[in-house]
Structure formats: C-alpha cells, structure tokens
Design a protein around this ligand. Structure first.
Ligand SMILES: [Zn+2]
Length: 132
C-alpha cells in the first residue's frame, strides 16, 4: 500500500565515528560522508521516530552531526551536502504534497540535524555539472 507523505524530515545520525551505524535503523535513507545514499527501509514502511507524524513521514539522515568533542552540529562534507540535497529534490518530486523540514522544526528540544533546513534549502547552490 502506498503511503501519503506529508513530511520529508531531515536528521543527522548524531554520530561521530563513521563506522558506527547502529542508529541507521531509524531512517529510510542515510547519506554517507562520501555522498553514497543508503536505503535502509522501503519508503512504504512507517519508521518510528516522531509519533505525531511518522505515519506520513519519510526520514532522511546524513551520517554525522556530532564533532570530535561530542557536541552536536553540522558536520556535512560538500559531497554529502550535495547528495542530501539531490535526494530531497527527488523525494519532493515524488511526493509533491510533502513539506521539507528539519527534525528540530517538529521537536524544538531536538538539536537535529544541527543546521536550519529552511535556510539551507533557500540558499544552497548545487554544483551542477552540465555535459556538452
Ligand atoms: Zn532527528
């Protein structure tokens, strides 16, 4: 059964060590530091993350979000940022009724994904490679 998607929610995995992957289970997609996009769960499955919206949400995370000192923040690499952007664009084409938002916009106590998704989407300029 196809779900109606109202929210595309951006997260970080809140991990520092790239080898730590135990938190990947809470997301549909995880974007690695290399820009590789890992599909963790099919889009049709409901992932438990934010009970009030999970039934109509796709959860996308970038791997990282925690610095060496253990503090939460934006740790995206340039290729990771671009891959995350492209994935969000692809999802919003597929689910045109969906709102793109950060976890922190739905839960003010969460310091996730560590940056303002609104400001980022508004200002990000992807490095488009146009073939001749
Ligand atoms: Zn989150």
């Amino acid at each position: 059964m196809k779900r109606y998607i109202k929210h595309i929610i951006i997260h970080s995995t809140a991990t520092f060590d790239p080898k730590v992957s135990q938190h990947y289970g809470c997301f549909h997609y995880v974007v690695e530091r290399t820009g590789e996009i890992k599909k963790i769960h099919p889009e049709n499955s409901v992932i438990k993350h934010l009970p009030s919206v999970d039934a109509e949400a796709i959860h996308v995370a970038y791997a990282g979000g925690r610095n060496k000192a253990g503090a939460l923040g934006d740790t995206r690499t340039p290729v990771q940022e671009e891959a995350l952007f492209n994935k969000i664009v692809a999802l919003s084409v597929k689910y045109p009724g969906a709102k793109i938002c950060g976890h922190n916009e739905l839960d003010a106590t969460a310091n996730c994904p560590g940056f303002s998704v609104k400001d980022w989407i508004r200002n990000y300029e992807p490095d488009l490679l146009l073939s001749a």
